[in-house]
Design a protein around this ligand. Structure first.
Ligand SMILES: Cc1ncc(COP(=O)(O)O)c(C=O)c1O
Length: 404
């Protein structure tokens, strides 16, 4: 008898499938309001402009748009990315500092491969982006989770941990952070802590990965500097066109020290040779025509309204039953429930009541956070947000009652 399982390599057991994807599959086609995913609102995709640009790219570039291209990404695209970074607060990037990736998810996958040996220590926020945890886990990283508060990562606690690890003869290799409008919490790291983090990177000799998909969607007047704009040596920056244009294009990038870029280029060659030429030309043209720059403020305004709708609904229906973050930007609110509630166990009841969320423990490297959940406000409309939170509150309240 053929035992197919025995053919699957051991490393697959280190890979975890994303809980969010599984939940999204469960909710598909049902009368469930999904506050689970992290999808942009498709109403705001610049569909017509992209239709026109796509036709133009095929006509204008013909075979070149359809041909293989270099692994690093088209030079004119990297130039446009550097110019975009320049005008949005991160100056001084050159095309040789940049590699184009197939979404920033690929950037995280490649960075994990080129930076982390099995047993290396990676620091992450607690909670943090779960797919980043999965990438680092799959290359055998050991984790240090550092709690966050309203000002982002507690760098004072990081410093204590770095000292303690040093005393044990151990060293942190990489700090992975989503410092601005974080996923899953929506909080941002204060500039003071950003400076502190960079000082610690010098003192304890580690690199920083700044994952930055959401900084163009800040709803409050928060003064923040990108870590990459403060240090071009120790900070590896990654961002994406998924939220500022369209995720289906699968376009992201890394800006880093040229030697890191060289290593990423080799890894990317093995992974997929290059990111689709056609899509790169479309985004280049969208940047040149100002489509991205015009698109951002429209989406930001829409998401701000939705964030307010979610905060208002939480206030109305969940007051006293939960606490939650007040996101300064991004796509998510993070909710803390009564300690007795396990949000993973509660999920089937919520799905039956017609609302989906992501159980928060997936965002904690140490498996804690069992009483937390992540709620998305970018995809549902304002009425769905209100009804979704009302349904959720009923489920939570019956759970609180049941648990005491
Ligand atoms: C913090 C963070 N990093 C990376 C990604 C990956 O995005 P993409 O591969 O679409 O660029 C996401 C997507 O939600 C994210 O939230």
């Amino acid at each position: 008898m053929l035992d197919i399982k025995s053919f699957i390599a051991d490393r697959v057991s280190l890979m975890e499938s994303s809980e969010i994807r599984e939940i999204l599959e469960l909710t598909e086609g049902k009368n469930v309001i999904s506050l689970a995913g992290g999808l942009p609102d498709p109403k705001y995709f610049p569909t017509e402009e992209l239709a026109e640009i796509s036709a133009y790219v095929i006509k204008e570039y013909g075979a070149r748009a359809l041909q293989y291209s270099i692994t690093r990404g088209l030079r004119e695209f990297r130039k446009e990315i550097a110019a975009f970074m320049e005008r949005t607060g991160t100056p001084g990037e050159m095309p040789y500092n940049i590699i184009v990736t197939s979404g920033s998810q690929q950037a995280l996958n490649l960075l994990a491969q080129v930076l982390v040996n099995p047993g290396d220590i990676v620091v992450v926020e607690k909670p943090t982006y779960l797919a980043a945890i999965n990438e680092f886990k799959s290359v055998g990283a050991l984790f240090e989770g550092i709690p966050i508060d309203d000002d982002g990562m507690r760098t004072d606690i990081l410093e204590e941990r770095l000292k303690a690890l040093k005393a044990e003869g151990k060293k942190v290799k990489v700090v992975y952070t989503v410092p601005t409008a974080q996923n899953p919490s929506g909080v941002s790291m204060s500039n003071e802590r950003r400076s502190h983090l960079l000082e610690l990177a010098e003192e304890y000799d580690f690199l920083i990965i700044e994952d930055d998909p959401y900084s163009h969607f800040m709803f409050e007047d928060v003064d923040f500097k990108r870590l990459r704009s403060m240090d071009k040596y120790r900070v590896i920056y990654t961002s994406t066109f998924s939220k500022i244009l369209a995720p289906g294009l699968r376009l992201g990038w890394v800006a880093a020290h040229p030697e890191v870029i060289d290593a990423l280029e080799i890894a990317k060659q093995n992974a997929d040779l290059h990111t689709p030429t056609f899509n790169q030309l479309i985004a280049t043209e969208a940047l040149k025509r100002g489509v991205v720059d015009r698109h951002i403020p429209k989406v930001k305004e829409a998401y701000k309204k939705k964030r307010d709708a979610m905060l208002n609904a939480l206030e109305e229906y969940m007051d006293g039953a939960a606490k939650w973050t007040k996101p300064v930007g991004g796509l998510f609110v993070f909710v803390y429930l009564d300690e007795n509630i396990d949000t993973k166990e509660m999920l089937p009841a919520a799905l039956s009541a017609g609302v989906a969320y992501v159980p928060g423990s997936a965002f904690y490297v140490d498996g804690s956070g069992r009483n937390t959940m992540r709620l998305n406000f970018s995809y549902p409309d304002e009425e769905e947000i209100r009804v979704g939170i009302e349904r959720l509150s009923q489920v939570v309240k019956s759970y609180v009652r049941g648990s005491v």
